[in-house]
Design a protein around this ligand. Structure first.
Ligand SMILES: Cc1cc2nc3c(=O)[nH]c(=O)nc-3n(C[C@H](O)[C@H](O)[C@H](O)COP(=O)(O)OP(=O)(O)OC[C@H]3O[C@@H](n4cnc5c(N)ncnc54)[C@H](O)[C@@H]3O)c2cc1C
Ligand code: SF4
Length: 436
């Protein structure tokens, strides 16, 4: 009898715990499967750069990689489906590589590209020089993502340029394209070595970091910067990091020109002739520190140069009390429109030229539907922006022109990747299809 009672006393809680655990696992798996299905349905299956490839035969589903991913608390990157780790949000992966380090069964390899879409990585010498003599590549464009790597490579590439010591009359010693972490470190190195240099940036200081959402936790590691010395940041905020870089550029009077995009480049008589929207530069050497995220696609309409037009939502709060038009039909457009509309004291129009939001995740479509039903958001399908004026926007909607009162425009119409630019200047690349 005692034995039976003992069995009941011990086995019931055990069974309850087991059932609770299995149910919880089921819920997690179902949720993660849904996230993956949404990513596939929205065509968001290709990671931007380095990402984990999980060997199913080795993965035991312990979940250590999911816990280790620094992006995971804010985004759904890795998940568990049928007891195996899966990259459920491929476009959210930014290549920290923390998952690989913690996997106890060596089931993760970090790779570039996928079987479906190859990723072009420029072929570089150890000096960071490409196959075109005089053109160097640093940072994420060369395949090495993350802030610390980009900072280190930027300065190393500049040191190689200084060492090559090609000085053509009337030409800059170095033209640095891009002022993300790689371009910033390169500019500091150029200044430290007394080179005649110029850095050109199509947008703002910080590159991808400038584009992070407000308050994003940035995980990085200490690094030595030219002139500045040891920088101790590990876990910091986007704003703190940017402020530190802005102060460094001001204090050292770095030669960086903003809002200028490099459009073409050709080599004549040994020098690089680089054309931007407004200037032409001649340089003995060029450093491409342009990252992989490309250039936002523009609408090409009158008034687009007005300061109220931006190409990415950074902080919905800044639009409180404003009349905003968001242009686009993908996830970022839907997310931007919904999050501003949800503030409640805004008037938001989501303008899309298509008939349906086919490229967006279901949960973003639902968010837009909810905001639209509650009157917080006006969705205008089959509409196109024709002109942007200081206090209004001219739209063409179902064949008719109309003017709407407006304070701000957010264009989320995708980006032009750097691949064609690389080809146009003769840079040889290796296309990686899911290989290291
Ligand atoms: C959402 C997100 C979160 C991230 N979080 C982290 C993190 O926590 N920790 C971490 O270490 N890394 C993180 N990363 C990765 C990190 O931001 C990048 O690896 C790093 O910024 C790469 O630096 P880069 O200088 O090579 O390129 P970028 O930062 O991409 O800078 C390239 C610059 O070149 C400019 N440019 C491009 N084309 C032209 C042109 N034709 N003319 C002029 N200028 C041009 C761009 O405007 C841009 O400013 C994150 C990335 C993303 C997207
Ligand atoms: S850490 Fe390794 S074994 Fe554990 S879930 Fe991730 S890939 Fe699988």
């Amino acid at each position: 009898m005692d034995l039976i009672w003992s069995l009941i006393v011990y086995s019931v809680p055990l069974a309850v715990t087991l059932i609770w655990y299995l149910r919880r696992q089921q819920r997690i798996h179902a949720h993660d499967r849904k996230v993956l299905e949404e990513s596939v349905a929205a065509g968001m299956t290709e990671p931007a750069s380095l990402h984990p490839l999980i060997d199913e035969s080795k993965c035991l589903g312990c979940g250590a990689c999911i816990k280790a991913c620094p992006e995971q608390p804010h985004h759904e990157v890795l998940g568990l489906i049928d007891g195996k780790a899966v990259l459920i949000g491929p476009t959210e992966c930014i290549g920290h590589g923390a998952c690989k380090v913690v996997c106890p069964f060596d089931a993760i390899t970090l790779v570039f590209g996928t079987e479906r879409r190859g990723l072009d990585i420029p072929l570089l010498k150890p000096s960071f020089e490409s196959n075109v003599p005089g053109i160097y590549v640093a940072g994420e464009l060369g395949g090495m993502g993350l802030i610390k790597n980009a900072l280190i490579q930027g300065q190393q590439a500049l040191e190689s340029i200084a060492k090559a010591a090609v000085k053509l009359p009337g030409a800059l010693d170095a033209l640095i394209i891009g002022a993300g972490p790689a371009g910033l470190a390169a500019s500091l190195a150029a200044k430290k070595m007394g080179l005649n240099y110029q850095c050109i940036e199509q947008d703002s200081l910080g590159g991808a970091v400038f584009q992070y959402p407000r308050g994003k936790l940035v995980m990085t590691a200490p690094v030595d910067l030219p002139i500045v010395g040891k920088v101790q940041f590990r876990n910091t905020s986007k704003e703190t990091l940017l402020k530190f870089w802005q102060d460094a550029t001001k204090r050292n009077d770095l030669k960086i020109r903003y809002q200028e995009r490099v459009e073409s480049m050709e080599k004549k008589d040994g020098a690089f002739h680089v054309r931007t929207g407004s200037q032409q530069y001649v340089a003995s050497a060029v450093l491409l520190a342009i990252g992989r995220r490309g250039t936002p696609r523009k609408l090409g309409v009158p008034g687009e140069e007005l300061p109220k037009v931006v190409y990415r939502l950074i902080d919905p709060e800044q639009y409180r009390g404003q009349k905003v038009i968001v242009v686009g039909g993908g996830d970022s457009a839907l997310e931007a429109a919904a999050s501003i509309a949800e503030l409640g004291d805004t008037a938001v129009i989501l303008s899309y030229r298509g008939e349906a939001f086919q490229r967006a995740k279901q949960r973003n479509r639902q968010r837009v539907d909810a905001a639209s039903s509650s009157g917080q958001l006006k969705v205008m399908m089959n509409s196109q922006v024709k002109e942007i004026r200081p206090d209004e926007v001219v739209l063409k909607h179902n064949g008719k022109e109309l003017k709407v009162s407006n304070d701000a425009v957010i264009v989320s119409a995708g980006g032009i990747l750097p691949n064609d630019f690389l080809k146009s200047i003769g840079i040889e690349v290796e296309t990686k299809f899911g290989t290291a």
